[in-house]
Design a protein. Sequence first.
Length: 270
Amino acid sequence: MSKKAIPPIFRMAREDVWEFPKPDMSLVPELIKYSAATVAVVARNIVGTQSTFFGGVSPLFRGKGHDILGPAVTLQYAPQRPDLMPTGEYAKVGDQNHRIAVNITEEGYVLVVQADGNTRSGVLGGNMLLALQQNRKAAGLVVHGVIRDYAEAATQDFPIWTQDAKTTTDYDSQHDIAPLAVNGRISIAGNTVMPGDWIRADDDGVCFFPADKIEEVLENCNKHWWEPAARHYLSEGGHLDDCYPLPESRYTEAAAWQRANGHYVPDDIG
């Protein structure tokens, strides 16, 4: 421990932000075939927690087909302390942690924001969202809280998940919370999320799993390979007991249908 006493700072400086190693993105096309709900169940068993789902965090634009999987850049908000921060919206913009978070988010990454379910203060507004989408090429934004400028966001077709699918109930951005830290440990709807953790999100909602578990998650998700065929059989009037879970006696039949319709089938099946 240092002999010199250094008081804690209210928020981080750019040079103090940890940027995690670039992950292998090669498995993303395979794993994204499985829904967030399926991934959440598999990930829960691997992580050993009761849930890896972000309860209450929902797609802001449900039905748009937003479907993402990427590593998390984390941003933590905390209650405002004006005496500890520069005053004014554009004061010392280079030191504002939400700007830092946007600027280090890389293509395919997901910005994940802890705002403790606050629905008064929008953590990001329209211009920030444009930068995140168009300049940084982020996969999406997940907020345990809300954004502002819904009308602008709605025209951008950018994947966003917020608390209860809401936007801010107060015009002011960051009305009573402030960006505290970037790429540290955060808490999202009862889950501990680390920078670099994988985020899977779709119309079902959002879940996470650890950065080094993507191969294990994919391997276990692949055990559910038959689900497209099961849905097909059920849509044709099949009996639930004969379709879900699909009996092994129907694997060969299901494999043939899935291959014919462009769905994944393990090499050792059929």
